[in-house]
Design a protein around this ligand. Structure first.
Ligand SMILES: Cc1cc2nc3c(=O)[nH]c(=O)nc-3n(C[C@H](O)[C@H](O)[C@H](O)COP(=O)(O)OP(=O)(O)OC[C@H]3O[C@@H](n4cnc5c(N)ncnc54)[C@H](O)[C@@H]3O)c2cc1C
Length: 496
């Protein structure tokens, strides 16, 4: 029986999940084309002289039992660190600790109105925050147009300025006054500081936030998470091995640049081998794309309707830079997984402490291996800084934040630039349905994943969309609608 060739564009969680699921089915031949030399996409692990970096800090947690089981079938859970010592492919159970750093003080996450919080904020400030919230409740703003209006209407001016404004503006690079309020309504659950402060507000004003209990449940659910011993990429490297063992074809350093059509079907995919510079053509019976929609549409070797072409070209993204620093010592020992930096005199948005994700991420555990996260736009001033300039900026900010004494404490560094880390929900996004109708109308094309569908998906939802695409392709569930309905309600997001 001749095999059906499914070309999968991208070797991130979505692409590899699709490949693995297809590789188990008789008659299906998955062919993965990945432009980098890594498996795992944004969820990859990079290495610097034996120290491993997780770009973003990836918790393996899902409300989908299907995903939790899938991960554990790939890698068994190891219950304690001593047991894990001699095992390689295992998931560790990690306890989450994250705090907010504001005014050079640490605030618990979720914020609890305990003595330390009031001491850090100051009694006067705490009272002002409460009064400002009460004012908003008594005189709610009439016209909520921007995200800033939305935040203030929910939390009051002071609370918004204390904990929301700087971090949100760092993440999105746009003033909250210029982000549509609609975005807040859609995304509010995903903002960790929001959850944090709702939690605090509940305690401040009992009875004022009826849905807090749900949020508490959500928070407690993510008190613990799974984490591969050597970072998230370890999971995806293992999945790639399994796909190959099942007969699938996997190619790294192949960048897809063209899709060729015969009427309404894709018949082949062109990819440049980035090592040789040669373009190669891969015959396709079906295509699953997890590459950014914007680039996918640019790659169509056919006439694309003008509106769709223009909308796709205007899709926006937020880009990201991680700077890893190996530190001989820090001024204080921190046991957080990550810390939100809510300080407006620095550009860094979050600090990851990789030792606390997995001690095996660090070659010599005597040292502290941290990651400073910068949110930016491809091509902006930050993006254009050389690796050395970026490292110098990170060291300088670590000193200004009072985390290290001087630059002599820094033993090694690594800069990783991640284009299109976040698909943005503004700009042309409001007309995304037109792009979707067009791509869905192509008989043998299935979009999956995060940038693949321009959806703010975590690994679990990226994987579920890939599983749904496989169900469509195999006829288990006809049509493409169900791929788009993969849970957006129950989601939790990486802002944590
Ligand atoms: C800062 C941050 C923190 C996060 N934290 C978490 C977390 O705690 N938990 C969690 O579950 N998720 C988290 N996520 C989300 C997670 O990273 C994504 O959901 C997941 O990686 C998406 O998988 P994907 O396969 O859809 O896309 P990607 O990971 O983006 O993979 C797409 C792949 O396609 C390749 N590609 C693109 N264009 C082409 C082309 N033209 N040709 C060939 N290949 C191409 C890319 O190189 C990439 O490997 C976080 C994300 C960020 C940015």
């Amino acid at each position: 029986m001749s095999q059906k060739r499914i070309i999968i564009i991208g070797g991130g969680p979505a692409g590899l999940t699709a490949a693995y699921e297809l590789s188990k089915i008789e008659g299906m031949l998955p062919v993965v084309l990945e432009q980098t030399g890594f498996w795992g996409g944004i969820s990859r692990t990079e290495e610097q002289n034996g120290n491993r970096i997780d770009i973003g800090g990836h918790r393996f947690f899902s409300k989908s039992g299907k995903v939790m089981n899938w991960w554990q079938q790939m890698m068994p859970v190891c219950n304690n660190l001593t047991d894990c010592q001699d095992k390689r492919d295992v998931l560790l159970i990690r306890h989450r600790k994250s705090r907010i750093y504001y005014n050079k003080r640490f605030f618990d996450y979720p914020v609890t109105l305990n003595f330390t919080t009031i001491k850090n904020l100051g009694v006067f400030n705490t009272v002002l925050i409460g009064l400002s919230y009460l004012k908003t409740k008594i005189f709610p703003p009439a016209n909520i147009q921007s995200l800033e209006d939305f935040f203030i209407s929910r939390f009051g001016q002071r609370l918004y300025r204390t904990f929301f404004k700087d971090y949100t503006e760092k993440v999105w690079g746009v003033s909250c006054a210029n982000i549509p309020a609609e975005w807040g309504k859609q995304r509010i659950k995903g903002l960790s500081v929001t959850k944090t402060l709702l939690h605090a507000l509940k305690k401040l004003f009992p009875g004022s936030t009826g849905n807090i209990a749900q949020k508490n449940v959500e928070t407690s659910l993510i008190e613990y998470f799974l984490y591969p011993k050597y970072g998230p990429g370890q999971m995806w490297e293992l999945v790639a091995d399994r796909v190959a063992a099942n007969g699938g074809i996997l190619k790294q350093n192949y960048k897809v640049t063209g899709l060729n059509f015969d009427r309404n079907r894709i018949v082949s995919v062109e990819a440049v081998n980035l090592i040789t510079g040669q373009t190669e053509t891969f015959q396709a019976d079906t295509v699953i794309s997890t590459m950014p929609v914007k680039n996918l549409i640019e790659s169509f070797n056919r006439k694309v309707p003008q509106t769709v072409k223009e909308l796709a070209a205007r899709l926006q993204y937020r880009d990201f830079i991680t700077v890893g620093l190996l530190l001989q010592n820090m001024k204080q020992k921190l046991d957080d997984n990550w810390i939100y930096i809510q300080e407006n005199y620095v550009k860094v948005g979050r600090l990851q402490i990789f030792n606390n994700w997995s001690p095996y991420m660090v070659k010599n555990p005597v040292y502290t291996w941290v990651g400073l996260e910068y949110f930016c736009n491809e091509g902006d001033n930050l993006w254009q800084l050389s690796k050395q300039e970026m490292t110098e900026l990170a060291i300088d900010e670590m000193i200004r934040l009072d985390f290290i004494a001087d630059k002599q404490t820094v033993l090694d560094s690594k800069v990783i630039k991640v284009p299109k880390a976040y698909p943005a929900y503004f700009g042309a996004y409001e007309q995304f349905d037109k792009i979707r109708s067009y791509t869905d109308s192509i008989d043998n094309l299935y979009l999956a994943g995060r940038n693949g569908m321009h959806k703010y998906n975590n690994q679990d939802h990226s994987m579920l969309t890939a599983m749904a695409a496989v169900e469509s392709i195999t006829g288990k569930k006809p049509g493409k609608n169900h791929i788009w309905t993969v849970n957006t309600e129950e989601t939790y997001h990486e802002e944590k």
